[in-house]
Design a protein around this ligand. Structure first.
Ligand SMILES: Nc1ncnc2c1ncn2[C@@H]1O[C@H](COP(=O)(O)OP(=O)(O)OP(=O)(O)O)[C@@H](O)[C@H]1O
Ligand SMILES: [Mg+2]
Length: 270
């Protein structure tokens, strides 16, 4: 795709392998793409296809074993300064919060990493806004610890933290998987809204092609480390004969099919 926006991430022939010899595992296999400013990209594929490894390359947690990967035109050298602009939400929300501190104190603490640290009042206000963005009344978590919340609620806390942090780029790895379908649509709507408000770039990693269709500007379909299909939802989904894409369409939970794939000939597939 050509865009007049600046390129955020650029991958040219990027591969990432683990191990060596007969234990060599190619997690990401020769992928090439550009992601532009303010795009909402979904990376979709089955378990083990390399989505999270690719997401970790974007976060600067892994360096490619082959190929060239850049963020805004330069290789990622300093993780700390990279994370000032690029934030992430991972699968396990409990792993990201310390059980011994209140949720509010941790949400507020997260803002201390910012280069231009906001005032105390502003931090409080931004955390409140973040909570309200994910439909949680600030008073409902007042004095609460992570273990007092459910998995779904904790994932919302992670999203609230992102909303408060306002990064330039957000990488969300199955961030909504523990949340029920209704809340999930709600969160994704907020994520899109916030993306527009903050002019954020979002890379959303999911198994669910229906969700991807619902929120994305472009979709990358991954299979065995390769990107096997990419483009706008219409380009990727409509009348496709690409087998992995068809398989993912088949895997959409029945209850979501009409909700996520309203377009008539996509519904035909359902
Ligand atoms: N640190 C590692 N060492 C060795 N192999 C790894 C490592 N991380 C990932 N892999 C392998 O790379 C492949 C891709 O893993 P990845 O975590 O990216 O899958 P995924 O698409 O995110 O799957 P899921 O949807 O289940 O999260 C898998 O076969 C995995 O076992
Ligand atoms: Mg994963």
């Amino acid at each position: 795709m050509q865009s007049d926006k600046p390129v955020v991430f650029s991958a040219k022939g990027v591969s990432k392998t683990f191990g060596a010899g007969k234990n060599l595992k190619t997690a990401v296999d020769n992928v090439t793409f550009d992601i532009y400013d303010e795009e909402f990209i979904s990376i979709v594929g089955g378990s083990g296809c390399g989505k999270s490894v690719l997401a970790k390359i974007m976060l600067g947690l892994y360096k490619p074993t082959e190929g060239e990967f850049t963020y805004r035109g330069a290789p990622i050298k300093n993780q700390k300064s990279h994370w000032n602009e690029v934030q992430f939400v991972f699968q396990d929300p409990f792993g990201c919060f310390n059980q011994f501190f209140t949720i509010r104190s941790q949400l507020e603490d997260a803002l201390n990493i910012l280069k231009d640290k906001p005032s105390k009042e502003e931090i409080r206000q931004r955390v409140d806004e973040g909570l309200m963005a994910v439909n949680v009344k600030p008073e409902d978590i007042e004095g609460k610890y992570p273990f007092e919340l459910s998995g779904g609620q904790m994932q919302r806390m992670l999203l609230a933290r992102i909303f408060a942090l306002r990064p330039k780029v957000l990488i969300a790895d199955e961030a909504t998987s523990m949340v029920d379908a209704c809340v999930r649509a709600n969160i994704l709507d907020y994520l899109r809204k916030l993306k527009d408000q903050l002019k954020m770039t979002v890379v959303f990693v999911t198994h669910d092609i229906g969700l991807a269709n619902y929120v994305s500007d472009r979709i990358f379909i991954m299979h065995k480390g390769k990107i096997v299909n990419q483009g706008t939802p219409a380009e990727v989904l409509d009348n496709t004969s690409e087998p992995n894409t068809l398989k993912l369409l088949d895997d959409i939970p029945e209850v979501h099919k009409t909700e996520w794939i309203p377009n008539s000939h996509r519904a035909k597939k359902a």
